[in-house]
Design a binder for this molecule. Structure first.
Ligand code: ATP
Ligand code: MG
Ligand code: MG
Ligand code: MG
Length: 576
């Protein structure tokens, strides 16, 4: 491929809404272009990466015996009503109407459609097991689309669905997928961890997430360095011994004096232990009715990590008076108040600071305490005014680093990850709801045992960048780089020797099946190098007159700090 025939478009600056490095670099490298919130064009350079991700996924899914099909993006609501998800799913499900006022949804996943296919096509146990997959556009009207492709509204997912005749065989199908996922993520060349995830009531232990390790990840992962134990925070908390319960007293009756309360007061008030690395910030909110009567009190507990990194704020909600510990995310708080937490203040002591009419919620600031240093709780705390809005929010944790691992083999460590894949045993949830049965060996109809398996195809490149970049740009693993090799000729327009050597190397690599790009745009070396370092092509060969006189070219891997001289005759072999 020649650059002049391709499309290269790089930018010095990233747009101001690009908060994380992958979003910034993908914009600057011309890989994606924003059309609307969470909606992006995959530009030619970005699409090459996505296609490589898809290809690896496709090869390994096929190898694992799954069969590819493509289901409609727009799906009739009737199927979704059969499982109840049309009503239950909430605003993430995009519902649309056609010209006849009939309801449709834009697929966020496709359990209903694939189960409908199975009930029509898979009639006998002899046709089982079967695993159908697609690599397709999804739409989820995410509350907060952000970070570019990381949390888009329109995105590409590989979704697979297995159908089996009984539980044992379904669990075997699940294991086949879990193994295929390991091969897929190994091939991507990323550092990842498969972690146990919550599978709801049905699934037993059969739900795992594949998390790419990155400091900016939205998820907290709990693992034991001495054993195989690894779980996402939700699951780790579910497994942890029963957590502390807040005291069964009205929190309002124990309002600490603002400005005077200590961490210990707050801990006592809430009945939670305060570890040395955690500080708390608490606020109470009351739901009021039209007559200004309090109908429901809620205590919001915000835990700040000891280092006071506002990006690490955890939010918990302690509902009611006989409070069970139920944790909320900042997103839920935002939902609850109908405004961003940043707008909750100023937390004036005597009056409600915010009344959100349509939700009948008042924020009572009277008992805010925030700990910005040991045993000192601030009043007048106002997020969003002088502090960045807390962004990377995970659920509050009962589980902290240093706790004993549930398997008893060591202590727990916590790191952050990006969920790029999810395998899930579904049981008969969908087949029963949709009356999807096959005839078993005894001639009787039986509901399918199902599993579903997702990979975030467009999230993956973003996760790869979060993990692999430097100040100059992206560093793609070979397997998913837009091009493996870029040839940078110096003065190609002036020198026939350079032109000839560059084109010959290009042709030779193409013939050998190497994904090579020849940069024939005529850019100056500095600009050319900066572009390819930003775009992140792993291997670069620079060809100039000076070197050619000695029969050498320069080779530099994207991770190298300097170029190495290599004989022109040997470079093709070195790269392949
Ligand atoms: P998250 O917890 O990040 O919202 P999820 O658990 O809702 O993801 P799944 O339903 O498990 O997602 O979907 C399978 C995969 O699709 C996820 O593991 C993730 O890689 C990807 N994915 C989900 N939502 C998005 C999104 N909004 N943008 C890009 N990829 C996504
Ligand atoms: Mg989600
Ligand atoms: Mg998830
Ligand atoms: Mg998931």
């Amino acid at each position: 491929m020649k650059a002049s025939q391709f499309f290269v478009s790089t930018f010095k600056e990233a747009p101001s809404d690009a908060e994380v490095v992958s979003h910034r670099l993908m914009m600057r490298a011309g890989m994606i272009k924003k059309l609307g919130a969470g909606i992006y064009t995959y530009m030619p350079m970005g699409l090459r990466v996505i296609r490589k991700v898809e290809q690896i996924v496709r090869e390994e899914m096929n190898r694992a015996g799954a069969v590819e099909l493509t289901m409609p993006v727009v799906q009739p609501a009737e199927l979704w009503q059969e499982t109840g998800r049309f009503d239950k799913m909430g605003p993430e499900l995009l519902r649309i109407k056609d010209r006849h006022e009939r309801d449709f949804v834009v697929q966020p996943t496709s359990e209903e459609v694939v189960t409908d296919i199975a009930r029509q096509e898979l009639r006998s146990y002899k046709q089982l097991p079967k695993n159908f997959y697609q690599i397709q556009t999804k739409f989820r009207d995410e509350r907060r689309p952000r970070f570019g492709l990381m949390r888009g509204r329109e995105f590409i997912m590989k979704d697979a669905y297995s159908f089996d005749r009984d539980r044992d065989s379904a669990q075997a199908s699940y294991q086949v997928m879990a193994a295929a996922y390991r091969r897929i993520f190994d091939r991507f060349g990323l550092t990842y961890r498969a972690v146990a995830a919550d599978s709801g009531a049905i699934g037993g232990d059969l739900s795992e997430e594949f998390q790419v390790i990155a400091a900016t990840g939205e998820d907290a992962i709990v693992y034991c360095p001495n054993s195989d134990y690894a779980a996402n925070m939700e699951k780790a908390e579910a497994l942890a011994p029963a957590g502390p319960r807040p005291a069964a007293v009205s929190p309002l009756s124990k309002t600490p004096t603002p400005g005077k309360a200590t961490c210990a007061d707050v801990a006592e008030l809430l009945g939670v232990p305060l570890s040395t690395t955690v500080k708390s910030l608490v606020l109470a909110t009351d739901e009021i009715n039209e007559r200004d009567e309090i109908v429901n009190s809620t205590v919001w507990l915000l835990l700040l990590r000891g280092d006071h990194d506002m990006n690490e704020v955890k939010v918990g909600k302690l509902p009611g008076l006989d409070m069970g510990f139920r944790f909320a995310t900042l997103a839920e708080i935002e939902d609850h108040f109908g405004c961003k937490p940043g707008y909750l203040g100023p937390l004036n002591l005597k009056k409600p600071v915010q009344v959100v009419a349509d939700r009948e919620v008042a924020v009572m600031a009277d008992w805010i305490c925030g700990a910005n240093e040991a045993d000192f709780h601030m009043t007048g705390v106002n997020w969003g005014r002088d502090l960045p809005e807390p962004d990377l929010v995970a659920d509050i944790r009962n589980v902290v680093a240093g706790d004993a691992s549930p398997d008893g083999k060591g202590v727990l460590a916590i790191e952050r990850g990006i969920e790029v894949g999810h395998v899930f045993y579904l049981g008969t949830k969908y087949s029963q709801a949709m009356n999807a049965t096959f005839l078993d060996t005894d001639g009787k109809p039986k509901p399918f045992e199902m599993g579903c398996y997702g990979i975030g195809v467009t999230r993956l490149p973003a996760a790869a960048i979060e993990q692999n970049h430097d100040e100059r740009g992206i560093i793609w693993p070979d397997a998913i780089a837009p091009f493996s090799v870029v040839i940078c000729p110096i003065g190609m327009d002036r020198s026939d020797a350079v032109k000839q050597a560059a084109e010959q190397l290009h042709d030779e690599l193409v013939a050998a099946g190497v994904d090579v790009l020849l940069d024939d745009r005529g850019e100056r070396p500095g600009a050319m190098f900066a572009d390819w370092e930003l775009i992140g092509v792993p291997h670069r060969v620079t060809i100039g007159d000076k070197g050619l006189k000695d029969g050498v070219v320069e080779y530099q891997h994207r991770r190298d700090t300097e170029a190495t001289k290599v004989a022109l005759a040997e470079i093709a072999a070195l790269i392949q």
